[in-house]
Design a protein around this ligand. Sequence first.
Ligand SMILES: [Zn+2]
Length: 103
Amino acid sequence: MKIRKMMKRYCPKCKKHTEQKVSQSKKKTPFSTHPLAKAGKKRRGFGHGFGNRGTRGSKPAIGSFKMTGKKSSKKTDFRYECKECKKIWVQKKGFRAKKIEFT
Ligand SMILES: [Zn+2]
């Protein structure tokens, strides 16, 4: 998907439409946004594996042959930088796209 580098958007600080620079932030893992949350996490529950991982029975673990829970596209995470007040606004809702191109 092609995205324009400069966009005219509404800036709540300037209270008018201004030229804003669009950029995509880095891909984040769940704990990079809240690093301290990792420290207190106990190795328990759903996050730490579920089931017996196919060790019992003849079938391999379902995760090894099926694309379960895997999405091939990522949600966009745009930042809009207002040219006039230099404030950066984060987009409200991302949409799924495999590839983002800035033109
Ligand atoms: Zn502004």
